[in-house]
Design a binder for this molecule. Structure first.
Ligand SMILES: NC(=O)c1ccc[n+]([C@@H]2O[C@H](COP(=O)([O-])OP(=O)(O)OC[C@H]3O[C@@H](n4cnc5c(N)ncnc54)[C@H](OP(=O)(O)O)[C@@H]3O)[C@@H](O)[C@H]2O)c1
Length: 318
């Protein structure tokens, strides 16, 4: 594993981190979830990313993680960075969603209980809340850190302007924003439009989620939609999004990856890490072999100008 510093901070993260959004819920096979986490840690993945509502059902990924932590990882707690988040819908009524202080701190307490932890390493506001003053949401992150429930604060899905504001509010409160978690992959390049510049200027790290575009940027869908794939569930990744135009790009990218001696999944991970402003690529996996494949990306992180030009051409549909 290689490690990168998260902005201007004392924390180094593995260049590949594992997220528990899918395949760690109460509906999933416990021993498979456990095997993926154990393999990841053995490969030097020291960071596991959660959120209050990962499952399904909501909360159950944190419960699964808590059980595995107890069985396998408690002796290694100080070697791990564990994160969770609040900001999306979690429980009924007006206090279980978005960005109030009431919701965020109650949710963090629930998360700690489910995981059996005294503190998380990073607590995120999962998305900006247009109706709550940002001072209130950032105040909740500051309280989370000051009260010892979290060691560091993070934000996700904030755009460049909102990020500048949030970082400043936190700084004025005396808490540094450690990290931002944006969506970034060859298929989703929004952070290049200003967000990465803000993060660099402010000394905030970035851990980019869905670098494989939920599995699209791999060989998974080249011969149809496998019954055990995310697209087969047709919910977060929709069957209708795997049309011929997309598949043509995936096939062309797969060829470029082959010329680099990589699988497409490996190239997709390497591609996000080509930018030094990206601290970590936050992948998901459904099997141990995918953990191995994604970490194998580290064998070749370098891209020639010609390779990057070819990739841009494919993405532009040329
Ligand atoms: N902050 C936010 O709002 C937010 C939003 C979304 C995600 N996240 C975080 O980011 C993490 C990763 O998101 P993601 O799961 O969408 O990431 P992703 O890495 O883009 O997609 C993961 C999926 O891709 C497939 N896959 C992974 N490795 C593969 C390989 N080597 N070869 C072929 N297929 C492979 C698997 O799909 P199959 O299941 O089909 O095998 C896997 O479930 C989440 O767990 C969560 O922690 C955060």
């Amino acid at each position: 594993m290689q490690y990168r510093r998260s902005g201007r901070s004392g924390i180094q993260l593995p260049t590949i981190s594992l997220g528990l959004w899918h395949n760690f819920g109460g509906v999933d096979n416990f021993e498979n979830s456990r095997a993926m986490l154990r393999r990841a840690f053995d490969l030097g993945i020291t960071h596991f990313d959660l959120a209050n509502n990962y499952g399904p059902p909501y909360g159950s990924a944190e419960e699964t993680f808590g059980q595995i932590l107890k069985k396998d990882f408690l002796p290694y707690r100080d070697e791990l960075i564990i994160s969770t988040k609040a900001g999306w819908d979690m429980w009924p009524g007006p206090y279980g969603d978005l960005g109030s202080r009431k919701y965020m701190l109650a949710s963090l307490d629930q998360s700690l209980k489910r995981m059996g932890l005294e503190y998380v390493d990073i607590f995120y506001h999962h998305r900006p809340d247009p109706d709550t003053p940002m001072e209130e949401s950032m105040g909740a992150l500051d309280t989370a850190v000051r009260s010892g429930r979290a060691l560091y604060a993070g934000i996700s899905a904030y755009n460049a302007k909102q990020t500048s504001e949030a970082v400043k509010i936190l700084r004025d409160l005396g808490t540094h924003c450690l990290i931002h978690q944006p969506k970034y992959s060859m298929f989703v390049r929004d952070p290049e439009q200003g967000l990465f510049d803000v993060l660099e200027k402010e000394g905030v790290g970035s851990i980019v989620f869905s670098p494989l575009a939920q599995g699209l940027l791999s060989d998974r869908y080249l011969k149809g939609i496998p019954s055990d794939s995310r697209a087969a569930r047709d919910f977060f990744l929709k069957k209708k999004d795997i049309g011929e135009a997309t598949l043509a790009k995936v096939r062309a990218l797969n060829e470029i990856a082959g010329q680099r001696g990589q699988t497409l999944a490996e190239m997709a991970v390497a591609w996000v890490l080509r930018d030094p402003r990206v601290t970590s690529a936050l992948v998901g996996t459904s099997k141990v072999s995918q953990v191995d494949d994604n970490v194998a990306a580290l064998k070749n992180l370098k891209f020639s100008a010609e390779e990057l030009r070819k990739i841009d051409g494919v993405l532009a549909g040329k």
